[in-house]
Design a protein around this ligand. Structure first.
Ligand code: ADP
Ligand code: MG
Length: 283
């Protein structure tokens, strides 16, 4: 397309709260056949609330919360932020942490008073324990590799999620995928509600990349939509990376080709629509 048309497409996008970083992105978006979505914070609202706090026998709710919130205090993960909000509201005692590290897509490890606290996926916090899967997004907590409890979260679907999927299909983006680090059953339930058939769950960030690479050439270009730091690598790998960036400049926004400034998933379909209009004008 003529550069002048692309520039006008970019400015129309920008008036709609959609930052398109280069003109060539519009050309790829206009012909996209696949869109892959992260789940937490992208298809769901990402405003999660602590629901059930379930310690094992011998541990109190207060202890479990105190360990979990203390270990998560400097993580940028959406579950960590929700946990900290809850902890502040409920005057949870935050313990002094000697050492902290985060394993992206898995969870965090903290040294507290000579003990090792892990918060995250079951396989990460207590690889040798049998921990039942929940039907809600959750974190598992271990103390010196012994499982000590689970905290579940309420995470609502975005109101506009199903409508977004339909609008994309209407614009020729027929192959819709969900790529999530969360558990299979949770992913399936949400995918069904919004109308996504192709669901890949329990993925680490590098496995999200692998999943994108399995999309056949005939279903390219591929759009990837995500919000979190763990989505940054897959946003880079997709033909078009779109970041939900309403919550400020993040690693996801930096890696993306398109940043959506409003907290509205429908803008993804709007971006494709504008791209298609732009290319039609240019032809
Ligand atoms: P999604 O791909 O749906 O955005 P993530 O890959 O970010 O999900 O996380 C998947 C799961 O990994 C979470 O539900 C949680 O159990 C665990 N997890 C990842 N990072 C953290 C963290 N910082 N703190 C606690 N749990 C984490
Ligand atoms: Mg996410």
């Amino acid at each position: 397309a003529a550069p002048v048309a692309l520039v006008s497409g970019m400015s129309r996008s920008s008036r709609n709260g959609i930052v398109v970083k280069t003109g060539s992105v519009l050309e790829k978006m206009a012909t996209a056949k696949t869109a892959a979505f992260d789940k937490t914070g992208t298809i769901t609202s990402g405003r999660l609330f602590v629901d059930q706090i379930t310690p094992v026998a011998g541990t109190t709710k207060e202890e479990l919360l105190s360990y979990a919130a203390s270990a998560e205090r400097s993580s940028g993960h959406i579950l960590a932020r929700s946990l900290l909000n809850y902890a502040v509201k409920h005057d949870v005692n935050l313990l002094e942490v000697q050492q902290l590290s985060e394993a992206t897509g898995n969870g965090v490890t903290a040294q507290i008073a000579g003990q090792t606290i892990k918060v995250g996926k079951a396989s990460f916090v207590a690889p040798n324990s049998q921990v039942a899967e929940t039907t809600q997004t959750c974190v598992y907590i271990s103390l010196n590799d012994q499982y000590i409890g689970t905290i579940t979260f309420i995470d609502k679907l975005r109101l506009e999620a199903a409508q977004t999927m339909q609008a994309l299909r209407d614009h020729g983006v027929k192959h819709l995928m969900m790529l999530t680090g969360d558990q299979q059953a949770i992913a399936q339930t949400i995918a069904k509600e919004v109308g996504i058939d192709d669901v890949r769950a329990k993925l680490l960030p590098e496995e999200k990349i692998q999943a994108l690479k399995t999309v056949p050439e005939s279903e390219h270009p591929v759009i990837m939509v995500g919000d979190g730091v763990n989505d940054a690598p897959s946003l880079t790998v997709a033909d078009v990376g779109i970041a939900m960036g309403a919550h400020g400049a993040t690693a996801a926004s930096e890696s993306a080709d398109v940043v959506i400034l409003k907290d509205d998933l429908l803008k993804v379909a709007k971006a494709v629509e504008i791209a298609q209009d732009t290319l039609r004008i240019a032809r």
